[in-house]
Write a protein that binds this ligand. Structure first.
Ligand code: SF4
Ligand code: SF4
Length: 82
């Protein structure tokens, strides 16, 4: 079965937990320390991307194993010089 990597961009995640509630495989939880989403059962992920599509802040992305994080190298608007 295909494997997937789950990338959470902590700078964008506001801990709303929508992704946690929508995941059909209970892959995600909120970290009680940071209040950010974390993949706790990544091996159970079926790659449905419901979490990614549901996140209002574009803070989570699911990619097939071997693909890079789409967040690599991005700078948020707040971090950019004008
Ligand atoms: S839906 Fe997005 S912002 Fe909300 S907890 Fe999940 S990753 Fe974070
Ligand atoms: S892609 Fe689907 S199964 Fe995987 S973490 Fe997101 S909602 Fe859960």
């Amino acid at each position: 079965m295909a494997k997937f990597n789950i990338f959470v961009e902590n700078r964008l995640c506001k801990g709303c937990s929508l992704c946690v509630s929508v995941c059909p495989k209970n892959v995600l939880e909120l970290d009680p320390l940071t209040d950010k989403c974390i993949p706790v059962r990544q091996d159970d992920c079926i790659g449905c991307k419901m979490c990614e599509n549901m996140c209002p802040d574009f803070a989570i992305a699911v990619e097939p194993e071997g693909k890079d994080s789409p967040y690599n190298g991005i700078r948020l608007k707040s971090e950019q010089e004008d």
